[in-house]
Design a protein around this ligand. Sequence first.
Ligand code: HEC
Ligand code: HEC
Ligand code: HEC
Ligand code: HEC
Ligand code: HEC
Ligand code: HEC
Ligand code: HEC
Length: 389
Amino acid sequence: MQTERRFSLKTGLKAFILLVVLPGCGLWFARPAPAEGQGQIRQWAPNAPATTAQYIGGDACAQCHQSKARAHAASAMAHALAAPSECRILQTNPQLSFQNGAWKYTITREGTRSIYTITDGKSSFSEPILWCFGVGHSGQTYVIRHDGIYYETRVSFFTTTQALDFTPGAPRNVPTALNEAIGQRLSTPETMACFNCHGTVAPGAARFALEKFTPGIGCETCHGPGEKHVTTMRANKDGQVADKAIFNPRVMHPDDLSQQFCGACHRSWETVMQMPERGGGLSNVRFQPYRIANSRCYKDPDDRRISCSACHDAHEDPKREAKFYDAKCLACHQTQNSVSPKDRLAPACPTGKTQCVTCHMPKTEPPGLHFKFTDHHIRVVKPGEAYPK
Ligand code: HEC
Ligand code: HEC
Ligand code: HEC
Ligand code: HEC
Ligand code: HEC
Ligand code: HEC
Ligand code: HEC
């Protein structure tokens, strides 16, 4: 079984360290900082504390990496977090409302601000929205601060319905008190985790801080602090230098890239195995590194042809045309009636059809999410089968 095989000694040891040795420290601080200096940098954590190089901001990268910068600027990851003044959904929806029993929720535009208000006619609550989480491919959730405490709003905007509804995971009962109606109170580590997955260390800062950061996933979230690289490359304009002093994820083992690197935010197999009910049934379809690791195609985790980078360019949104992915599948799978190269050992599809992902990576809608995610557990989907956990 895939499950048992992957839950190896290495995994068990890491789980022990994470769950037993470092309780409450939070995954984010537990990860080692990149080992910088000579040779290739292999260790990685998102927004790792700066050690020998400073964070300088993505604008500097755009000077030399124009096409990457242009592609990235248009991607969802670059807009994973925005101030309300920059938030397109709130700009184009100046008045949003939602009713839960006697409680009325409204989000109202006032100039460049948006105000989150809750009232049951007797008591009421009002705070400006501090941050918009998510560009809104599936939806957008808001974070506010009240009496110095951060809250995730109880209602979110959903793109398919163009309306507010309960935030995924939020209770759906009618609250008995105002403080219950606001939303999920976030502990300091939870708040840090949200911003660390959706934001970037501010230029000049040594580590991620809630008082100062850059919204959205920037170049340096993934590549680490870039100051030393920029100095090095300015001095070596031809690019001919052994140590470019920046982390290139390409040097990672494919399984580490998928599970540790992308999985640090998209949730690795290990992380999901430790969640209650493995992330809550159908809802774990959002966790691609977990889903793909359960697939028989992931038989050899270190096969580059099944890593995230095989199908996605991290600098842009995924290709939407199903036929784009055929070549990715056929890098391993044989085709009927063809003599395949020796490295394509996986069997051919008996149907002989193309656009493989339409049948084998079904679009799946978890309850309450109003969005169909792509199931990365690649498989033969049997009619009426239960969702494989
Ligand atoms: C002065 C020009 C310059 C600037 C500014 C610059 N780079 Fe580079 N970078 C280069 C050159 C030249 C290369 C080598 C050729 C290539 O891979 O594109 C390179 C290579 C890289 C690589 C691959 C390294 C490797 O070992 O293969 C990464 C990753 C990278 N840059 C990221 C960044 C990031 C992130 C920033 C902003 C913090 C940045 N660069 C700013 C010129 C620059
Ligand atoms: C620092 C955290 C972080 C890392 C690391 C990260 N992602 Fe993401 N990714 C996100 C967040 C947050 C979003 C949601 C952005 C949004 O829709 O607002 C996202 C969205 C995406 C999307 C969806 C874009 C769309 O059109 O909806 C893809 C594809 C993706 N990431 C692929 C990757 C791959 C591949 C890697 C590894 C090479 C990776 N990500 C690493 C945080 C991360
Ligand atoms: C471990 C990293 C991580 C943390 C912590 C995290 N997110 Fe995300 N978030 C992601 C990734 C990855 C995605 C893209 C995949 C998906 O839609 O689930 C995402 C997507 C989203 C989306 C949907 C974006 C879209 O364009 O549809 C919203 C909304 C969101 N996150 C809000 C939040 C809020 C609010 C918090 C904190 C309370 C939070 N996230 C904490 C990684 C994270
Ligand atoms: C979500 C993570 C992520 C973000 C954000 C990101 N990169 Fe990358 N970058 C990667 C990965 C993964 C690779 C390795 C791609 C591969 O294996 O083919 C890479 C490779 C590179 C390379 C090396 C060229 C190559 O093809 O090997 C350069 C240069 C680079 N990135 C520049 C940038 C710049 C500039 C930005 C910001 C505009 C940026 N990256 C933002 C993940 C990211
Ligand atoms: C064999 C190809 C393949 C591999 C490998 C792959 N993906 Fe995808 N991914 C897809 C396809 C197909 C889509 C759907 C594109 C579309 O129709 O919009 C997708 C969509 C996504 C999305 C957008 C949200 C959604 O559910 O549609 C995210 C995020 C994502 N992939 C992340 C990842 C991460 C992280 C990895 C590595 C663990 C990964 N993918 C590996 C094929 C792949
Ligand atoms: C890294 C190579 C690789 C890639 C890329 C790959 N597969 Fe596979 N796939 C395999 C292997 C190996 C098996 C298992 C064969 C076995 O067990 O005999 C498999 C099994 C399957 C199965 C049968 C699974 C089951 O549960 O019965 C399907 C269906 C499948 N792959 C479809 C796809 C599709 C569609 C794609 C592209 C989206 C894809 N594969 C990409 C290697 C790969
Ligand atoms: C129209 C839906 C559809 C499309 C498109 C499709 N398949 Fe399939 N595939 C199936 C069905 C149904 C089965 C199960 C057939 C059976 O068991 O008789 C299957 C079986 C498979 C198997 C298992 C074979 C075995 O011997 O265990 C693999 C591998 C596979 N498909 C790969 C692919 C690849 C690669 C593509 C794209 C080139 C693809 N499929 C396109 C529906 C599809």
